[in-house]
Design a protein around this ligand. Structure first.
Ligand SMILES: [Zn+2]
Length: 303
């Protein structure tokens, strides 16, 4: 087990939940790593009592070093049962950088999961390349919504129908309440603040810490209030525009998350010309970086 993966770990003497927070599964999204370091520092400094266990783990160590999304393959598109099984039991060659990262991360999670906990929570921290990107992504079938709802930010369902192999989609089968937290723009100061707030929220909502910290909601609430665009509380993903490097995909400037769009609106350009929205809906995660295979998503508001 690579000791460099451990950002921090605190354990209480009273029973409680297991809260595992993964940061930097995409190496260019390092805000979560800094946020977790600060949260662990405050817990130590203020001697905040813990119930259960709270552990912070780096996702893709190799990619974090160079601040690239990944080295050989996207570490948030590979969590398929067959791939994990092949890695674990040696049917795969384990040649790539991410193969070793996935195995090591799994090893950490399995070791740290041993024991009795009131609940198991897996939070995966990300940042986006577009504006207004503060939301939670959860698997469609997830029914335990108390913790994600406690954060008072939009929730996106059904992304797994459009992109496979995400970490958040693997861990429900391992008996975790599992979700991703998208906390602002990649590389921004604000993203670190948002991630810290999100982590405090989850620690409190899961019962890992008992004292509600005053600054808990401050950053997220301020962010939402300062923003004039509507924030639908829950949306379901309807459409994904898949891209590859040869497409020369370029999102037109100025789009942000949850922006209302109409069928026929020109959203982007590629080598074939204009890319128009096929449906009415809300734009999610328009791509403003030159890495990744998802140009944009379109969602609809749900009850
Ligand atoms: Zn990410």
């Amino acid at each position: 087990m690579n000791q460099d993966r451990l950002i921090g770990k605190v354990e209480g003497s009273y029973p409680g939940p297991l809260v595992i927070v993964v940061a930097g599964l995409h190496g260019n999204e390092d805000s979560g790593v800094y946020a977790l370091e600060e949260v662990f520092n405050i817990i130590e400094r203020d001697r905040i009592p813990i119930r259960g266990k709270f552990i912070g783990l780096k996702g893709n160590i190799g990619a974090l070093k160079t601040r690239e999304r990944y080295v050989d393959y996207d570490m948030n598109r590979c969590w398929y049962d067959h791939h994990i099984h092949a890695l674990k039991f040696g049917q795969a060659e384990r040649k790539s950088s991410e193969d070793m990262e996935v195995l090591d991360l799994l090893h950490w999670i399995q070791e740290e999961s041993i024991g009795q906990y009131t609940e198991r929570v897996m939070m995966d921290l990300h940042a986006t390349s577009s504006e207004n990107g503060v939301f939670i992504v959860i698997p469609q079938e997830e029914t335990k919504l108390e913790i994600p709802k406690s954060m008072h930010i939009p929730i996106i369902f059904g992304l797994e129908k459009k992109i496979g192999g995400t970490l958040l989609n693997y861990f429900p089968s391992q008996d975790f309440v599992s979700f991703a937290f998208e906390g602002g723009v990649i590389g921004s100061e604000e993203a670190i603040k948002l991630h810290k707030t999100g982590v405090w929220d989850v620690l409190y909502a899961s019962g890992c810490i008992q004292v509600e910290r005053e600054e808990r909601h401050h950053d997220v609430m301020e962010y939402i209030q300062n923003d004039h665009r509507p924030h639908p509380p829950r949306v379901s993903v309807l459409y994904r525009h898949a891209i590859n490097r040869q497409d020369n995909f370029k999102m037109l400037p100025g789009f942000s998350n949850f922006q209302k769009i109409k069928a026929g609106d020109v959203l982007a350009l590629d080598k074939t010309g204009e890319i128009k929205s096929p449906i009415d809906g809300l734009l999610i995660m328009p791509l403003y970086q030159d890495t990744g295979n998802d140009g944009f998503f379109i969602a609809e508001e749900i009850e």
